[in-house]
Design a protein around this ligand. Structure first.
Ligand code: FES
Ligand SMILES: [Fe+2]
Length: 374
């Protein structure tokens, strides 16, 4: 039985914002990479981006680079982008297709799509050298709702266990079938946590997003996940049959099989640590966050639609894309202002408002993940 609570009904117990060093210190950032971005499951891409054997995308997790590909048997695979010979980074492109296996540009060692070393020029006969000893270092992968997740841990928590609260939860949105209509990437000069904290509350919506609050009142929401790694709930679309678009009208065919209530709602979930999932009646928006130092986050934003929408002249996906691109930029701007402010010697943690209870819950999750206690 799901219990929905208004943000103001979730206790914040006097929570204050995090100390400035948590947003600026290289030492804290390193600790976050080790304890969070290496240990947790990260949303890497859509499975459809690597539809065929040899298709690949490369994702950067702090200083690490990971190749995500599909092998000849059709299984998704991921590897550290590190050659087993002298360690060269292998793949320089962000995405593409491996025609003849995965070949290192340095001395042309070549790996099969399942990571086995299958070519090492002039190494035959070298005493003690067995190619079987030098596969690419594997990274764990999992698939959920049409997304590929990666985990860099040496001993990853099983995905089904880590994501148990979410498995099956969004089945009615039919996400595996949705197709990518548009992707925009952003380079935000703010710590990744500021992006989550911003996403987790609508206290800022009236001053920052005047167009958004006309479509969805900022206090209309209720939350069904309010502690732990997954946080969020829904907000109400004010106009019957409307959506979050520039025009206020739907910009796509309804996704999945949604009951009447859901056709009037947008669900927002912060999925620790790198995914923000925003489920609209007519499209799904997905942000993935890629920290690049304490003060910078690369963000990929995808808009997914019912496959019929793209060929239906009645709909214009860009109506929704443009709305959120505008709203995203408003958010990134205040995140960047926050980064500048929390870096000041004058900054001290401030009190969270009752409407920011999920931002406080996110901070508690970060502290727990870092072993700092909640
Ligand atoms: S470093 Fe890759 S083949 Fe030599
Ligand atoms: Fe916002």
């Amino acid at each position: 039985m799901t219990t929905f609570l208004k943000a103001t009904e979730i206790p914040i117990r006097g929570a204050r914002t995090l100390p400035g060093s948590w947003y600026t210190s290289p030492a804290v950032y390193e600790r976050e990479l080790e304890r969070i971005f290496v240990e947790r499951w990260l949303c890497a891409c859509r499975a459809a981006e690597i539809a065929n054997p040899g298709d690949f995308v490369v994702r950067c997790v702090g200083p690490e680079s990971v190749i995500v590909t599909r092998d000849e048997s059709g299984s998704v695979r991921a590897f550290y982008n590190v050659c087993r010979h002298r360690g060269s980074r292998i793949c320089e492109e962000a995405r593409g297709h491996f025609e003849e296996g995965i070949q290192c540009p340095y001395h042309a060692w070549t790996y099969a799509l399942d990571g086995r070393l299958i070519g090492a020029p002039h190494m035959r006969g070298l005493e003690g050298f067995d190619p079987a000893d030098y596969p690419l270092h594997a990274v764990a992968v999992a698939e959920w709702e049409g997304f590929v997740f990666i985990n860099l841990s040496r001993a990853p928590e099983p995905f089904a266990q880590a994501f148990a609260p979410l498995i099956g939860r969004f089945a009615r949105f039919g996400m595996p079938e949705l197709v990518l209509a548009e992707r925009i990437t952003y380079d935000v000069r703010a710590n990744w946590k500021l992006v989550h904290e911003n996403y987790s509350e609508c206290y800022h919506c009236s001053p920052v997003h005047p167009a958004l609050v006309r479509l969805t009142p900022s206090n209309s929401g209720e939350n069904d996940l309010y502690e732990g790694p997954f946080l969020g709930g829904y907000m109400v679309i004010a106009k019957p049959g409307g959506s979050l678009t520039m025009s206020g009208r739907p910009c796509g065919l309804p996704v999945g099989e949604l009951p009447a209530d859901d056709r009037q709602r947008v669900y927002y979930y912060s999925i620790f640590p790198n995914m923000l999932l925003s489920l609209h009646p007519d499209y799904v928006m997905v942000h993935t966050l890629w920290p690049d130092g304490p003060g910078r986050t690369h963000i990929t934003c995808d808009w997914l639609f019912h496959p019929g929408t793209l060929s239906d002249p009645a709909y214009d996906p860009h109506d929704g894309v443009a709305f959120w691109d505008m709203t995203n930029r408003q958010d990134w701007h205040v995140c960047e202002l926050s980064q500048l402010g929390v870096a000041s010697r004058a900054y001290t943690p401030g009190p969270y408002a009752p409407r920011e209870s999920l931002a406080a819950a996110f901070d508690a999750q970060v502290k727990a993940a870092l072993g700092e206690g909640a």
